[in-house]
Ligand binder design. Structure first.
Ligand SMILES: CSCCC(=O)C(=O)COP(=O)(O)O
Ligand SMILES: [Zn+2]
Length: 210
């Protein structure tokens, strides 16, 4: 192992993200190599999961350094196919420290039931798990975007929507999955668990209300 790889092995952020990947996989939210994660390393760079890896079996070498200075993405290896969306989120808010993308069955199914470009959760105490949402009584919006195989297009749509109103710590890609972010890895994890819980509840409610 060379010096850079050794340093990487000891990076506490990389170790923490790999451990979080195991926890996320234990919830069945990243089946069949789906999903990707990143953690910011500087204003213009992040460690991003390598493409095609089982996100429940990551080791620190599977986190690749990606930088986006000058608008161009650069990375020595093959980072996630969805890296451009991670980089876009980091550029939209300098406070974002971590981005998590999952493919849970419930988020994927729920996203296909929503024709609108946003869904308003209301009445759930768990809305308070999403930062800035202080009551079950205030609508808690989750943005929904159409899926595309061209991630720079999706990233541009997210940027456009964000410029009208910053998104609420998460977004759904229709038929694809959930993205969440946070100002720390712990906050991103809380947002992930919170949004997955809210989606699960609403999916059950919609089923029972039919
Ligand atoms: C089998 S998952 C299809 C690709 C995808 O949506 C995903 O999240 C994983 O892609 P990556 O390149 O990050 O492994
Ligand atoms: Zn995906």
């Amino acid at each position: 192992m060379n010096n850079t790889a050794q340093l990487h092995q000891l990076n506490p952020n990389a170790i923490a993200l790999c451990a979080l990947g195991r926890w996320i996989a234990s919830r069945h939210w990243v089946p069949a190599t789906g999903g990707n994660f990143s953690i910011r390393s500087s204003e213009h760079s992040a460690l991003v999961t390598a493409s095609g890896k089982d996100k429940g079996e990551l080791s620190p070498q599977d986190l690749l350094p990606v930088s986006w200075q000058g608008g161009e993405l650069s990375c020595p290896g093959k980072p996630s196919a969805e890296t451009a969306l991670h980089a876009q989120l980091y550029q939209l808010d300098g406070q974002i420290k971590a981005v998590l993308h999952t493919h849970s069955a419930q988020a994927t199914v729920f996203s296909r039931l929503i024709a609108e470009d946003s869904y308003l959760f209301n009445g759930y105490e768990m809305q308070k798990a999403i930062s800035g949402n202080t009551s079950h009584d205030c609508p808690c919006p989750l943005a929904v975007f159409d899926n595309t195989q061209h991630i720079p297009t999706l990233a541009a749509q997210v940027r456009q929507r964000w410029q009208q109103q910053p998104l609420n710590w998460g977004l759904l890609v229709r038929g694809h999955g959930l993205y969440v972010w946070g100002r720390s890895l712990d906050e991103a994890k809380r947002h992930l668990e919170g949004w997955e819980f809210l989606i699960n509840c609403e999916l059950e409610r919609l089923k029972l209300a039919r």
